[in-house]
Design a protein around this ligand. Structure first.
Ligand SMILES: Nc1ncnc2c1ncn2[C@@H]1O[C@H](COP(=O)(O)OP(=O)(O)OP(=O)(O)O)[C@@H](O)[C@H]1O
Ligand SMILES: [Mg+2]
Length: 366
């Protein structure tokens, strides 16, 4: 849907774009994106999918999903099967294959309100344009940098102004409470942008010999208030003489923070957070330092075990679904892995394993 936010009066020159920001963002994507409502009719389509299909702006709106993706069944259109499918499309003089994936779209309460379909051309007879996955990732990085730059600055301005106006009202004034809600929403946008940027353009790791126990204690210090508020008790079983690992301590702290936050959020009624560290020594390959974070929370449904590491997968209404993918990326860069399992007695355990360097490094300089 192309939402016009500014009507241009006749004979006026306007430099600003006339489309809404979400539309601009969608249109900047170098892949087709469209959204279907509950009745599986198109409610939003970006420019790329219109170009791919060779249709006019807005021509897809209101069409049944299976007219756009011939032969697609209701289950796939609703995003229930979560698998990518290829569709042969003949549009006048062109003949192309679209590879498309459909996923459910949910509102804040977690109710499915429709689906989002992303599509890219995998072959095209006309000019052989080939959209490679790597291009998509590069453009995601560029897009995020653009979004961060374009949104962050005005956002800060808006926040400052709203805060200033709010300060004019008495603390219990409902108008002030409304403005406080606005500030909270602005903070959430900021948090999403930060996550997106971290995922798309992770900071360069400043790897160094790193004491996992130090990082762990720093992380738990940061979480002190949250742990108390959520009635979560921490216990530790720390391995002795844990070897140093080569990692960026700040990024490793980010990983442990993400995992502990997930664990806390999985225990809305409170519970126990048990942190275990140890080393697994092998004769034929590198030893591993393990940090296991176990909770007594809701656990991870079996069918979601694979999905939790996917970017943007979340079961929390306030989640962005980037905590785990960012953590996996950081740990993978340090040569390690993150694994997840459910505990026999309930709750889940997420384990970070990092390789111990062949030559024991010196102690970190502190
Ligand atoms: N310890 C856990 N227990 C139960 N479910 C978990 C646990 N850790 C992760 N999950 C599941 O994995 C999903 C993805 O986690 P991830 O950290 O990537 O995103 P999020 O926590 O939902 O949002 P964000 O971290 O971006 O705020 C969560 O929404 C939750 O369903
Ligand atoms: Mg998380």
């Amino acid at each position: 849907m192309r939402t016009e936010i500014a009507q241009r009066p006749p004979d006026t020159e306007v430099a600003e774009p006339t489309s809404s920001l979400p539309t601009l963002v969608l249109d900047a994507l170098e892949m087709g994106a469209l959204a279907l409502d509950r009745e599986r009719r198109v409610v939003l389509a970006n420019r790329h999918i219109e170009d791919l299909l060779g249709v006019e702006t807005g021509a897809l709106l209101g069409l049944p999903g299976n007219r756009v993706f011939p032969g697609a069944d209701a289950r796939w259109l609703k995003g229930a099967s979560r698998e990518s499918r290829d569709f042969r499309i003949e549009t006048g003089d062109r003949d192309l294959t679209l590879r498309a994936e459909s996923m459910p779209m949910r509102d804040d309460a977690g109710e499915v309100t429709g689906s989002v379909i992303v599509a890219e051309a995998i072959s095209e007879t006309e000019d052989g344009e080939f959209q490679k996955k790597i291009d998509r990732l590069v453009s995601l990085g560029e897009l995020s940098a653009y979004v961060a730059h374009e949104i962050r600055n005005p956002l800060t301005g808006i926040r400052t102004t709203v805060q200033f106006v709010a300060s004019k009202f008495k603390p219990r004034d409902p108008r002030r409470e409304d403005l406080d809600d606005v500030i909270q929403e602005l903070d959430r946008i900021e948090q999403i942008i930060t996550g997106l940027l971290m995922f798309a353009r992770p900071p360069q790791a400043r790897s160094q010999p790193c004491d996992v126990h130090n990082v762990l204690e720093r992380t738990l210090d940061l979480l002190d208030i949250q742990l108390r508020d959520s009635k979560v008790a921490v216990s530790r079983e720390l391995g002795e003489d844990l070897p140093l690992v080569i990692a960026d301590p700040d990024l490793l702290q980010q990983v442990l923070l993400n995992l502990c936050l997930n664990a806390i959020q999985a225990m809305p009624e409170g519970g126990e957070l048990n942190i275990t560290t140890g080393v697994r020594r092998y004769r034929t390959r590198r030893s591993l330092v393990d940090v296991s974070i176990a909770d007594t929370g809701v656990g991870i449904p079996k069918e979601l075990m694979e999905k939790i590491f996917d970017p943007f997968f979340t079961t929390r209404s306030m989640g962005t679904g980037l905590g785990l993918p960012i953590s996996v990326q950081i740990v993978r860069d340090a040569g390690g892995v993150i694994t997840a399992k459910n505990n026999p007695g309930g709750g889940a355990t997420l384990r970070v394993s990092l390789p111990v360097p062949a030559e024991p490094p010196g102690r970190p300089e502190e």
